[in-house]
Design a protein. Structure first.
Length: 202
């Protein structure tokens, strides 16, 4: 049974759900009250889910303004520096909302990686594929789909990469602590701050 819900909660089809149905992908629908700039953390909280299993879809671009899709855990940040290095690009940065909307065919906050308007390479954080199920946007604000993460590889031909910004390693941790601690602590970690700025974008 694919995506069946109570009639009062039924959401009209999107290009994403049409694609999934065409490929006989089983999923469940999870509508929620959308909050502007709430992101994956908000949807996870409203739906009572672990934000680690709620996957956000990010539209980014390389140094030549060529777009790409990045799939990341809802409570993790993308290391654009690591991604660019791993895929052989000079730089990667998030698209502006207007540009992202144009590439994906969806509105920011309701972007699904499935059935995007423009065909783009997709990169998925490797640890997402280790989860038994994930929630990912279904092509509308306030609308998530729960499905097998392997679908991202099978339907999107997603490239599997280590994309997470490593905040738990020694130098980045010093940076995080220094931003909220006493001035003495900040002075001790100033060199760490300057060396880690380049990998803080997401």
């Amino acid at each position: 049974m694919i995506g069946r819900m109570a009639k009062k909660d039924k959401v009209s089809e999107t290009p994403a759900t049409q694609l999934l149905k065409a490929h006989q992908v089983a999923y469940t629908e999870h509508p929620y009250e959308y909050l502007e700039h709430g992101g994956a953390q908000h949807s996870a909280q409203v739906l009572g889910m672990d934000p680690f299993s709620v996957v956000k879809t990010l539209i980014m671009q390389d140094q030549d303004a060529k777009p790409l899709v990045v799939l990341m855990h809802g409570n993790r940040k993308v290391s654009t520096k690591n991604l660019a290095r791993q895929v052989g690009l000079k730089s990667i940065e998030p698209c502006s909302p207007e540009v992202a909307n144009r590439h994906s065919g969806y509105l920011v906050g309701g972007t699904s990686p499935f059935a995007t308007r423009r065909q783009m390479p997709v990169f998925v954080e490797e640890t997402i594929l280790a989860l038994p199920r994930i929630c990912i946007n279904g092509g509308r604000r306030g609308y998530l789909l729960q499905l097998d993460p392997q679908v991202c590889v099978r339907l999107l031909q997603a490239h599997i990469e280590d994309l997470t910004q490593q905040l738990y390693t020694a130098a980045p941790v010093a940076t995080v602590i220094s931003s909220s601690s006493s001035s003495g602590s900040s002075n001790r970690s100033s060199s760490s701050n300057s060396s880690s700025k380049s990998s803080s974008s997401s």
